[in-house]
Design a protein around this ligand. Sequence first.
Ligand SMILES: [Zn+2]
Length: 237
Amino acid sequence: MSDPRHDLELLANCEEELAGLRKACARLPRDIEALEEQARSARARIDLAEAELAEAEKARRTKEAEIEDSRAQRGKLEAQTAMVKTNEEYHALLREIDGAGARISQLEDEVLELMERIEDLGTRAAEVGKEQSAAEAELLGRAAGVRAELERAGARVDEVTGERELIIPRLGETIARQYQRVAARGGLPVAKILGTSCGGCHREVPPQLINQVQAGELHHCSYCLAILVPDPDADTP
Ligand SMILES: [Zn+2]
């Protein structure tokens, strides 16, 4: 025959641990999500720096193609100078050739500016990439750690629930029924008296009731209805 007082204490330990584990199981997924969100932000900063660089490189290629077109255009105009018949046509062509030349110079200046910008953006993308990749890896590592912690908490919930299921029937039908009734309300079914208050709802337990519980009587907290277990740290009367 097992000692019901000892079993109730064991149950109180189970309930206490389960309450903590349930809190952890509710909190840890949010922690994981927050870490993964930060990792996504780090990745987004890398992507942004690379996109800025790619955009500048694309702009440079466009300008270079425009330079090629303008040069071809100027070549054609120059070829036409041998075929013009009048002085006016000749001067008009020269003005067009000058115009094309000015356009080419302007585009070449723009390409130079872009090349400077590309160099800066390239340096920055490399810095951001190095820094944020490290941050991302660190955050994902931490998220994986928390995920493992969550899995352990889940496994421990199963273990403790199993232990609890073994203890409850040992309490005898009456206590087991009371226990189930309080548990069904969603409260802590067994709570230790901690100092002078109920470990379940933290409200004051009358001194007389504390004495009775310590003397081995079965009582409930009058607020949360938890079956009260003596304070493990209190001296038995
Ligand atoms: Zn209580």
